[in-house]
Design a protein around this ligand. Structure first.
Ligand code: FES
Length: 218
């Protein structure tokens, strides 16, 4: 796959620009090195055709190559999709009463995900998170800080995402914190599990017809 395929697709979406689109692209440009460094080996290894990507057709991702505690970013329909391999400790933290008490919508009542991901881990498999990596405030790309820390990037950090634009915080299931500018959890795109090591982004499990355009906010 040509390394220009994704930017060309982003540019196509940029033409009907909004402020959110602009900020997303700006942030993607800033994060471009990291995205490229991590995502390209996976995309290249799968070699989806450029026209497949352009059409927003399903994209298979081999998650066996994501080490526990790490994230890769792939582009689907011109959007960054975060795929995280959560550690057992991170999975445990998702259910921590202390964490739940500081989240805005801990039980995912707002329709920001398909029903098959409306659960405490907001995914099909607890160990793998799949989210649209666009902040629900004004569309920047949140930074990935998976490790708990007393100080970094914020006091008493449990692991999650911090948006570089206005400081919104999300946990490792994309659930937004209380008292930050972002109003909603990160969207979960349609996806299905093809095998223990392969996820298909852009296709629902059998029996579901979830459409990403139906979420409250991307
Ligand atoms: S765009 Fe993320 S906090 Fe404003």
């Amino acid at each position: 796959m040509s390394s220009t395929a994704v930017p060309v697709h982003q540019e196509a979406e940029f033409q009907g620009t909004t402020r959110r689109d602009f900020l997303t692209l700006l942030a993607l440009a800033g994060a471009g090195v990291g995205v490229a460094a991590v995502a390209w080996p996976f995309i290249d290894s799968l070699e989806p055709a450029a026209d497949t990507l352009a059409a927003g057709e399903p994209l298979d991702v081999d998650v066996s190559k994501i080490a526990p505690g790490q994230q890769i970013v792939v582009m689907w329909r011109g959007k960054p999709i975060f795929l995280v391999h959560r550690t057992p400790q991170a999975i445990k933290t998702l259910q921590s009463p202390k964490l739940l008490s500081i989240l805005s919508d801990p039980n995912s009542h707002v329709a920001q995900q398909p029903t098959y991901a409306q659960n405490w881990h907001r995914s099909i498999l607890p160990e793998f998170a799949v989210m649209v990596g666009i902040c629900t405030h004004l569309g920047c790309v949140p930074g990935f800080f998976p490790n708990p820390s007393p100080t970094d990037p914020a006091p008493n950090w449990p692991g999650g995402y911090l948006c570089p634009c206005h400081g919104s915080k999300y946990d490792l299931a994309g659930r937004v914190y209380l008292g930050v500018p972002a109003p909603y959890n990160l969207p979960v795109p349609p996806y299905r599990v093809m095998s223990p090591t392969m996820l298909r982004i852009g296709e629902n499990p059998e029996g579901s017809d979830f459409d990403l355009n139906s979420v409250v906010q991307i």
